[in-house]
Every structure is written in structure tokens, then in C-alpha cells.
Design a protein around this ligand. Sequence first.
Ligand code: SF4
Length: 94
Amino acid sequence: MAKKTTVSLEGAVKTDAGVTYKGVVLEPVVEKCEGCERIIPFEGENFCPTYAQPSRKWAHGVCNFATHVRAEVDKTGAVKVNPLKASKRAARGR
Ligand code: SF4
């Protein structure tokens, strides 16, 4: 089984604009991110190390980095957001 990498925001600095990490300002995650395994808590808020502005990531559809949901196009061509089951996540090695 793949070993889980622990990501931390060590060295991040909280500023008025958000949390600065390696020169990038991270904005807090949005409601739709809830359940995503990439979320990292930092000083009472949750951040995404993969995408600095989660709200923008979700503004035009489903976040393609999300580990908890996946976008699928149904027969009518409409985009559906499907929660990923834990077993499927495990099968993906996460
Ligand atoms: S990867 Fe996407 S869904 Fe997950 S926390 Fe980051 S922005 Fe949110």
C-alpha cells in the first residue's frame, strides 16, 4: 500500500491577506472542499496546499484535485458531482 505523505504548512505565516506559505498567499478552503483529504488545518482555519484559492477552483465546476468528489457527465450531458466512497479512495491509493 502506498505510504501517505504528510504535508504540513510548517513555516507558513498568517497575514491579513491569508496565510503565506513559500511566497504564496493561501486562502481558506470553501464549504465544497469539506471532506477533501488535502485540507490542512493551520491556526484554526483550513487550507489547501494544492490550490491556493479554493473558491476560484470551485467557481467553474468541480475541483479536479478533490479527493472526495468527482465530476461525471450523465446521459443528458449534465455534469454531476459524485461523492467518492471510502473504498474507491482506498483503491486509488489515498
Ligand atoms: S484539492 Fe480542491 S477540494 Fe481539495 S481542499 Fe484543495 S481546493 Fe478544496
